[in-house]
Design a protein around this ligand. Structure first.
Ligand code: ATP
Ligand code: MG
Length: 625
């Protein structure tokens, strides 16, 4: 049994999780968002469902985004709809094409084989076309393409910045309707005049400008006549509205900055609240699902849509709670700091909670999706245990990862009665969970490596692995008995173990039926592949590093031991052929993945994806302290 040291507790927990999972796979999911979608379809308010995933390309996607992706694509899948990928790129200064590319790659990877047929993209270079509404107004619409319809066409994600022209036209329309005005107050003045929840705001001195003057000034804002911050375009709503977001919010600001997608075409940029709902409308989104912090913005989302005479069905915004995971952070700003300050090796460092980091570490997309499915959606924020994510990774890899033998901290064992120069090959099962995975040959010879941890010169109580006079099984090979040790005379450290083998136990079983208490893994020294293996631990030492109190810095809670690089591990020779990204279970140690970046042909480097649950290490630690 490969997991012979799993604790009873976690085994029970795993079984009950497995039970829940099976149930969930059978039942259609229901939650408050799906109920809304279902009602909208039943009532005929919408004919089909179009969702969207709208990241701002100012960082890499993380596990929180994975939740949003699974939700948006999951709803589309359940209700026969589709889901647009849209770069929410209205802020020129923090965004970059590097992020656009990584986001696109990560979304495709996460939904591959599950909902990739529902990912709507658009013809490369396409921007919305104009049509007339029933009221005779201009309407802008940018239909997307499903993969099945793209037939050789170049496609790309949607970009909110592709709607700058229609958004500008919508803004002109609001000015003409007397629902927007150009304001000359500074940003600080606007802030101060907004008031608070208890006090009403103060109206802008420029609120009474005529439509003609507003049109003229706004056109000149666009033409670049004014410096940054000189003027804004604001919605004319209600300065005494109880909801602060409705107090004449800013729609446009002047920013003479180059944009990653539109270059220098624009020097005015729309604000999120104005841009988002109308971008949803332009794309024909039916359900705009976002995180709870936008709930207070919802009246404004609706106000912009209602203030314009829009011919098509309006999208509706609904909110769910963000995902937080223990011992990690979700803020892109903070993740960026880790990258910029060199605390990690990049956005895709296997310790990062990013999708690219998890992929590089060996997390299967299926496991991340199963995790997202399990946590579901709620209306209240909470923190999910990192252990739950790891459970799904382990559970998935247990089914599919071929087994191999690897020794991370090698200790040499010389089998004195084994013939010099002899090599035998043993047949080892690739995956006991999957008979179709077959078997492979593992070479054996006189000198083998075992884990340092699998030998104790003076065994503590209940230690059943190798120690002087004790017989153990070398997995799939022979029973061996320890006969003595060689020590470094200076340090007293055991550098070599001597043993004898019983030739009658070939394959690992004694013909007389005698039992041994332990089976350990090994690698033949003459055949071993020597390589680097990287072990990872949590990046932070506290459960909620995102919540470090004022005055503290989340960087102070970084785990100084989050990575351990083992330079000279001994692996069974079949692993030389490991393809970059290939995943294995190293028997008794955990799941490992050949690093996709650093592996060379014939010379893979491995990342530990997740451990098996070795409770022994904990018991030993407790005993020592
Ligand atoms: P930050 O505030 O750190 O910049 P963000 O949440 O604004 O990040 P976006 O790129 O705007 O990042 O997010 C894209 C989508 O993913 C949004 O719909 C957002 O609501 C959702 N999302 C972001 N973080 C989480 C999270 N932790 N859990 C669930 N959904 C999330
Ligand atoms: Mg955002």
């Amino acid at each position: 049994m490969p997991d012979d040291k799993r604790s009873q507790d976690s085994a029970t927990r795993d079984q009950s999780l497995q039970g829940q999972q099976d149930q969930e796979q059978q039942a259609e999911r229901t939650d408050f968002l799906r109920e809304i979608v279902q009602q909208d379809l039943a009532s005929g308010r919408v004919k089909s469902v179009v969702t969207r995933f709208p990241p701002e390309p100012n960082g890499y996607l993380h596990i929180g985004h994975a939740k949003s992706i699974c939700l948006n694509f999951g709803i589309a899948k359940q209700f026969g709809g589709r889901c647009n990928l849209r770069m929410d790129d209205t802020n020129p200064t923090k965004e970059d094409v590097e992020y656009v590319d990584s986001i696109t790659t990560d979304v495709k990877w996460l939904i591959d084989g599950w909902a990739d047929d529902l990912l709507t993209l658009k013809p490369a270079g396409a921007t919305p076309g104009v049509s007339k509404t029933s009221a005779g107004e201009d309407d802008f619409y940018l239909p997307g393409l499903l993969p099945a319809d793209t037939a050789g066409q170049a496609v790309e994600p949607f970009y909110a910045s592709d709607y700058f022209e229609p958004l500008y036209n919508y803004a002109l329309e609001l000015i003409r309707k007397g629902k927007a005005f150009v304001c000359d107050h500074t940003a600080e003045e606007v802030d101060a005049m907004r008031g608070s929840t208890d006090t009403p705001g103060t109206e802008s001195h420029y609120r009474g400008r005529s439509v003609e003057e507003n049109l003229d000034l706004f056109e000149r804002m666009r033409a670049g006549e004014f410096p940054d911050g000189a003027r804004t375009l604001r919605a004319k709503i209600d300065m005494s509205a109880p909801n602060i977001w409705l107090r004449d919010p800013i729609m446009y600001r002047i920013r003479h900055a180059s944009h990653h997608h539109t270059g220098d075409t624009w020097c005015i940029y729309p604000m999120y609240d104005f841009a988002h709902g109308l971008s949803d409308y332009v794309e024909g989104i039916t359900h705009s699902i976002c995180t709870l912090e936008f709930e207070v913005h919802r009246p404004l989302y609706d106000w912009f849509l209602d203030a314009l005479d829009l011919a098509r069905v309006h999208p509706i915004q609904r909110e769910f709670a963000r995902l937080n995971v223990s011992y990690t952070i979700m803020s892109k700003r903070r993740l960026l700091r880790l990258v910029q300050e060199g605390k990690v090796r990049g956005w895709d460092d296997p310790r990062m909670p990013t999708i690219s980091g998890m992929r590089r570490r060996g997390y299967p997309a299926e496991a991340i999706r199963a995790f997202c499915d399990r946590i579901g959606v709620a209306k209240r924020e909470n923190t999910v245990e990192l252990g739950l994510l790891e459970y799904f990774v382990r559970d998935d890899l247990n089914k599919r990862a071929p087994r191999a033998m690897a020794v991370l901290r090698p200790l040499k064992v010389v089998i004195d009665n084994y013939p010099d120069g002899q090599t035998e090959e043993f047949e080892a099962v690739n995956n006991p969970e999957d008979p179709s995975a077959g078997t492979r040959k593992v070479p054996f010879s006189k000198v083998v490596y075992i884990e340092q941890d699998d030998f104790r010169e003076v065994p503590p109580p209940k230690y059943h692995r190798l120690s002087p006079g004790v017989e153990v099984r070398l997995r799939a090979a022979y029973l061996i008995t320890c006969t003595g040790v060689v020590k470094n005379p200076a340090t007293g450290e055991v550098v070599e173990v001597h043993a004898t083998y019983d030739p009658a136990t070939r394959g690992g079983d004694a013909p007389d039926g005698r039992k041994v208490k332990s089976t350990i893994h090994w690698v033949s020294a003459a055949h071993a592949l020597s390589t680097e293996v990287r072990l990872y631990d949590v990046l932070f030492t506290v459960e909620s590093p995102d919540n470090v109190p004022e005055g503290g810095d989340f960087m102070d809670t970084l785990n100084p031991e989050s990575i351990e690089v083992l330079a000279d591990c001994k692996l069974e020779p079949s692993l030389a052929a490991a393809a970059p990204g290939a995943r294995y279970q190293f028997e008794r140690l955990g799941y490992f993945c050949a690093d996709p970046e650093d592996s060379k042909p014939g010379a893979p480097v491995f990342n530990r994806t997740v451990t098996l649950k070795d409770t022994w290490a904990k018991i030993e630690k407790k005993g020592a302290s």
